[in-house]
Design a protein. Structure first.
Length: 184
């Protein structure tokens, strides 16, 4: 496959690093809310979750900038127009969620009645957003609904990629995979 048919190295690195971070955030989020309230383990897990979540926010801004400045390879002509439209809508939904989820999480901690400080990776204090306390319930609900929307969108995204790779046997998924062999 020629280079113009593939995503570039920056897009691929951001894609796979963020995929790993987001899967970790979804798993840690659902686990940590079930831990003993006030325990050291819960505190530590929240701090790690918040640190990685804010990193995802920063990487999303970087990724959006890169995406707008670098045209991605186009989808194959063999794909019907409606399928291409669904694929594009799915990608933009993921960008939206990658921005909205960290912002909603940040709003949760900023409006929390416990007023717990966030120190990213134990090094960098994160200020609270200037939001009224009574938004806490809405922020928590937005973060929870966003998490399930993200799970649903990711299942569609991964399912579509696997369909292209295993059933249609086209190059759509390979364009986002690093090339390990010179001749591949
Ligand atoms: C892509 C980014 C993120 C994802 C996918 C994510 C995912 C999740 C999930 C699945 C949960 C459990 C469900 C829930 O109660 O909402 C959760 C909870 C939570 N997250 Fe996130 N999160 C992200 C970013 C952040 C950020 C940036 C912060 C804070 C700076 C944060 C703070 C929290 C807090 C405080 C909770 C507990 C909410 C509660 O007690 O009800 N999250 N997150």
């Amino acid at each position: 496959m020629s280079a113009r048919l593939r995503y570039d190295g920056v897009a691929m690195t951001l894609h796979w690093a963020m995929a790993a971070a987001i899967l970790g955030l979804l798993a840690s989020g659902f686990v940590m809310i079930g831990l003993k309230p006030g325990s050291a383990q819960q505190f530590q897990m929240y701090q790690t979750h918040k640190s990685v979540g804010i990193t995802v926010l920063a990487l999303t801004l970087l990724r959006l900038g890169w995406r707008l400045a670098h045209r991605p390879p186009s989808l194959p002509d063999t794909m019907p127009a409606w399928e291409q439209a669904v694929a594009h809508a799915g990608h933009w939904a993921l960008y939206g969620l990658m921005l909205a989820m960290p912002l909603a999480g940040w709003a949760v901690v900023s409006t929390s009645p416990y007023n717990i400080a966030t120190v990213l990776y134990g090094l960098l204090p994160l200020p609270h957003l200037p939001l009224p306390r009574d938004l806490n319930g809405a922020a928590k609900l937005a973060h929870l609904i966003g998490a399930w929307l993200m799970v649903a969108t990711l299942l569609g995204h991964v399912g579509a990629a696997l369909r292209h790779h295993l059933l249609l046997k086209d190059e759509v998924m390979a364009r986002m995979l690093p090339r390990f062999r010179r001749d591949s």
